[in-house]
Design a protein around this ligand. Structure first.
Ligand code: BTN
Length: 239
């Protein structure tokens, strides 16, 4: 595969691409054996050991920007299913779930140069950590491919498949990904807790809007929430 940079150690693969956006070509991929100061969503950290696969992909001026993180989630499900005998689902908006545990997180970041928008797609996959690792790290909702499917794919192979699928889905409008995205979503027709900076409310997740917002219903009727403002949990726990 072209344009893959393999590092021994990096602070964050997203940071690495961010600071080299101008000189690197579109589609560049970077990964590292270990990541010391990786970043997750909502200010969480995402350090990565050799049991994980951190990677970032540079998309220069992507023609299709709408709901990119959801499309990346779909691509990661497809890539995982192409290398492991398993079925992967999505917890809205883009957490990748196997057997009720989160195996992958996605952090897309935009970088602006004048009128040019580049996007860095950051993906962290839990490949082969043990159940004991997640218990000790106090991550009861997380799991690894090894723990949940019985197999740990070779990291280089998984990286290639993820990059391939992400590039395809990144070039496909959300309207053409919509049915497949909805099919994989585990929240639909379930009671959910909607957690935002303003607090928490309970509703039923009934649909996905054409723009990717989650359509919910409570006693006052239907309303839509965006993934930038709200995170979703089940009423009794994670899902
Ligand atoms: C989440 O919080 O669910 C998103 C986690 C994203 C982590 C990945 S690991 C590779 C890339 N580099 C980073 O610093 N973060 C992302």
């Amino acid at each position: 595969m072209e344009n893959v940079i393999f590092l021994d150690e990096v602070d964050s693969t997203n940071n690495y691409l961010k600071s080299r956006c101008a000189e690197l070509p579109d589609g560049s991929v970077v990964t590292a054996r270990t990541q010391t100061a990786g970043r997750g969503r909502r200010g969480h950290g995402w350090t990565a050991s050799e049991d994980m696969l951190p990677l970032s992909i540079l998309l220069k001026r992507p023609p299709e920007c709408e709901n990119l993180t959801a499309r990346v989630g779909l691509a990661v499900c497809e890539a995982i299913e192409s290398v492991c005998k398993t079925t992967a689902a999505i917890k809205w908006a883009n957490d990748i779930i196997i057997r009720s545990r989160k195996v992958c997180g996605i952090l897309c970041e935009s970088v602006f140069f004048g009128d040019c928008v580049n996007v860095i797609v950051g993906i962290g996959v839990n490949v082969s950590q043990s159940a004991e690792f997640f218990a000790a790290a106090d991550l009861p909702n997380a799991g690894s491919l090894l723990m949940l499917t019985g197999e740990a794919p070779e990291r280089g192979h998984l990286l290639e498949r993820i990059a391939e699928h992400v590039k395809i889905r990144a070039a496909t409008p959300f309207s053409e990904c919509y049915d497949e995205y909805k099919r994989r979503l585990i929240n639909l027709n379930k009671q959910v807790r909607l957690i935002s900076a303003d607090g928490e409310r309970t509703a039923v997740a009934v649909d996905v809007a054409p723009n990717g917002f989650l359509v919910c219903r409570d006693e006052n009727g239907e309303f839509e929430v965006s993934s930038g403002e709200v995170s979703v949990r089940g009423v009794d726990g994670y899902l």
